[in-house]
Design a protein around this ligand. Structure first.
Ligand code: SF4
Ligand code: SF4
Length: 56
């Protein structure tokens, strides 16, 4: 299961650079994770200031 970003995301952008495979990008109103690219490393989740990233 890939990690997912909830609608709590405030689009701060800090998670984008944390992803080693470039799976995170700015979406429409919030950031999104490409489930096909995510390798479940979890490194993005801890840095989110609003806890919007969790394992799906
Ligand atoms: Fe990227 Fe790892 Fe987060 Fe998946 S869990 S989006 S691979 S940083
Ligand atoms: Fe959204 Fe959290 Fe990523 Fe910031 S770190 S863009 S609030 S998911």
């Amino acid at each position: 299961m890939a990690y997912v970003i909830s609608d709590a995301c405030i689009s701060c952008g800090s998670c984008e650079s944390e992803c080693p495979v470039g799976a995170i990008s700015a979406g429409d109103g919030q950031y999104v994770i490409n489930a096909d690219a995510c390798v479940d490393c979890g490194s993005c989740a801890g840095g989110c200031p609003v806890g919007a990233i969790a394992q799906g």
